[in-house]
Every structure is written in structure tokens, then in C-alpha cells.
Design a protein around this ligand. Structure first.
Ligand SMILES: NC(=O)c1ccc[n+]([C@@H]2O[C@H](COP(=O)([O-])OP(=O)(O)OC[C@H]3O[C@@H](n4cnc5c(N)ncnc54)[C@H](OP(=O)(O)O)[C@@H]3O)[C@@H](O)[C@H]2O)c1
Length: 312
């Protein structure tokens, strides 16, 4: 699959606020342009826009199905085998396909044993509807347990990973993928636009991103070293900071990135990031700036996010 894919959460999801025309027109154009540029990894999920994203992808792939590697996800509400099976068939119907290339469990469900969840995945694989099985938001231990229960490769783990979010490096996920022929699919590889260097304290995005602590004025300030490094490396490559952020992600072994795009122009820029070859010095500078970035998050950030959202 292509190292840069396309994330489709934005399609039909109210929380991104891109509107109806984006879903009906731009989303299809974005997928077509992605295929034209050799991007084949198209990531969606049944929960995105409650089926609207999968339907948009299905519409866009009409007549071009074989050019795409479709990855979608089951949202694990009561993921017992017949429900997983039924949900997989529902996704395939919306995607207008008889083959889901990668079917992922969107997040762990601590109430249903993983072996039971995998039975549903196995049935879909045996029926030929699902080619590969993956997980998302799984810790290393849970990923290994899923694979053990499945009895064959759970090829990928889709997790948040970028210069602004290095959790997968610290928890051993990226090392595990690199050493065991598995794949990390990096979601929010642009940290939802934070790494594009276009936002600041007076111009932060709303919608779903109003709840993202990275866009708090304090964190935008703390990101100064990282954003400066991105800008300077970008200048040397006649590229944008967002492209450099993507180039850094996919330089990691067995890591692919699935940035979302609000326009065809963004998609084109993201596709071109696959051709940027960072030098070892540039890579080290970005990694150091990322190591030094200490955003406030979790319990420390919550009151500030709430205060920011209050109308007074
Ligand atoms: N498995 C999971 O739990 C999970 C969770 C989250 C996401 N995902 C998947 O990962 C995909 C990507 O993650 P994400 O959407 O959260 O974050 P992202 O890809 O880091 O950010 C996407 C946003 O960044 C901006 N952008 C994109 N390309 C740009 C460019 N070239 N220059 C400047 N800005 C650019 C756009 O917003 P603006 O133009 O409006 O700034 C776009 O909507 C999703 O679509 C989804 O498929 C999965």
C-alpha cells in the first residue's frame, strides 16, 4: 500500500464542520485525485458520519475499486461474532464492494473477550469478505493478545502518531511493528493541523478540534521549537511544514500515514510528501524538537479546554 494514504473521517462528519457540499462533491474529488496520484490506502470507519463516510468512499470508487486498498473499522459495541459479521457485511454494502482489504477493530472493548471478537473477524475472512485483519488504539499487549487469539497475523495497529504525539515510540508499538513485519497506521499524522504551522493563539480551529488540547494557546506557544524546525526544514525542501511532518512519520520503518484533507489541494500536497527525502540531520533535528515538546494534556488541560468553550 502507499506510504501516504487518505483518512476519511472528515467525510460527512459534522464534527469537522466542512459541510454538505464537501461531502457530496469534494469528498469524491479527493478520493479520485488520491487514486490518480497513486494513493491506494483509503481509511474509513462505520462510525464516521454514521455510515456517510463509507458511502462516500463507495460512490467515489465506482468503476475504480481495484485501484484502492480499502481499510474500514467496526465500532466494537457488543462485538460478539454474529454482530461483527453483520457489521462487516453492512460496511461492505455501504462501500459497494465484496472485499474489505483491511478490517480493523476501532478500539478495545474490555467487556467482550478478544477471542470472541476475533471469531467474528475469522468468519468474515473465511467467507472471503475480509482480506486482512487489524486493530486500532490497541496497546502492545492487547495487540499481541488479539493476534494470539486470532491464530494468524493481525497485520496492523492504527494509532495516533506524529511529531506531536510520540506515544507509540514510548510504548514499543513502532519497534514491535518494525521488528515483526507488522504495520503502524499513523492517524492524526498532522496532529489535526497543529503541525501545518497555520494555527496560532488568535486563530485556532473549532469543531472537534476545540476539544484537542494541542490548540490551547499555551500548547501553541510550547510548540514554538517544533514548528520552527518544521518551517526551516520545509524551506530547504521547498515544501510546507505539513509535508515535512508527514515525511518524518513515513520515514519510520513499517509506518504509513493517513492524513485527512479538507480540499483536493491539500490532498495533492500530502501525496507529494511521499517523495521528500529527509537527511539524517533534518530527521534528528525534528526528532529532538519533538522530544522537547511537552504539551499540557489530560487532567491539566481539561479545565482550560472547558474555559475556552464557555461563551463568556
Ligand atoms: N482509529 C482512530 O481512532 C482514528 C482517530 C482519528 C483519526 N483517524 C483516521 O485518521 C485520519 C487522519 O486523522 P485526523 O483527521 O484526525 O488528523 P490529521 O490527518 O492529522 O489532520 C487532518 C486535517 O489537517 C489539515 N490538513 C490536511 N492536509 C493539510 C495540508 N497539506 N496542509 C495544511 N493542513 C492540512 C486539514 O484541516 P484544516 O484544513 O481544516 O486545518 C485536515 O482536515 C482520519 O481521517 C481517520 O481516517 C482514526
Amino acid at each position: 500500500m502507499s506510504a501516504i494514504g487518505l483518512g476519511c473521517w472528515q467525510f460527512g462528519s459534522m464534527e469537522w464542520g466542512y459541510g454538505k457540499e464537501y461531502l457530496e462533491k469534494e469528498a469524491v474529488e479527493i478520493v479520485h485525485r488520491a487514486l490518480d496520484l497513486g494513493i491506494d490506502l483509503i481509511d474509513t470507519a462505520e462510525i464516521y458520519g454514521f455510515g456517510k463516510s463509507e458511502r462516500a468512499v463507495g460512490r467515489a470508487l465506482e468503476g475504480r475499486r481495484d485501484e484502492a486498498f480499502i481499510a474500514t473499522k467496526v465500532f466494537p459495541v457488543l462485538p460478539i461474532p454474529p454482530i461483527v459479521e453483520q457489521r462487516g457485511r453492512g460496511s461492505a454494502r455501504r462501500l459497494e464492494t465484496d472485499r474489505i482489504d483491511l478490517y480493523q477493530i476501532h478500539q478495545p472493548n474490555p467487556l467482550v473477550p478478544i477471542g470472541m471478537q476475533m471469531q467474528g473477524m475469522r468468519k468474515l475472512q473465511d467467507a472471503g469478505l475480509v482480506k486482512h485483519v487489524g486493530v486500532s488504539n490497541f496497546s502492545l499487549g492487547k495487540w499481541k493478545a488479539a493476534e494470539k487469539a486470532h491464530g494468524s497475523p493481525v497485520i496492523s495497529n492504527q494509532v495516533q502518531y506524529s511529531l506531536a504525539c510520540r506515544g507509540p515510540d514510548h510504548s514499543g508499538l513502532t519497534a514491535h511493528a518494525a521488528q515483526n513485519d507488522r504495520l503502524i497506521i499513523a492517524y492524526s499524522p498532522l496532529a489535526q493541523g497543529f503541525l501545518s504551522a497555520k494555527y496560532d493563539a488568535t486563530n485556532a480551529p473549532g469543531g472537534v478540534r476545540a476539544a484537542n488540547s494541542l490548540f490551547l494557546p499555551e500548547n501553541l506557544e510550547r510548540g514554538h521549537e517544533l514548528i520552527t524546525a518544521l518551517r526551516e526544514v520545509a524551506k530547504a525542501h521547498d515544501a510546507t511544514p505539513a509535508q515535512i511532518a508527514l515525511a518524518w512519520v513515513i520515514k519510520r520503518k513499517n509506518v504509513v500515514a493517513i492524513p485527512g484533507a479538507s480540499s483536493v489541494a491539500q490532498l495533492e500536497k500530502n501525496a507529494a510528501a511521499a517523495d521528500i527525502d529527509l537527511t539524517e540531520d533534518e530527521d534528528a533535528r525534528l526528532t529532538t524538537a519533538s522530544d522537547n515538546f511537552r504539551p499540557i494534556q489530560g487532567a491539566a488541560a481539561l479545565p482550560k479546554i472547558i474555559r475556552k468553550r464557555l461563551p463568556f
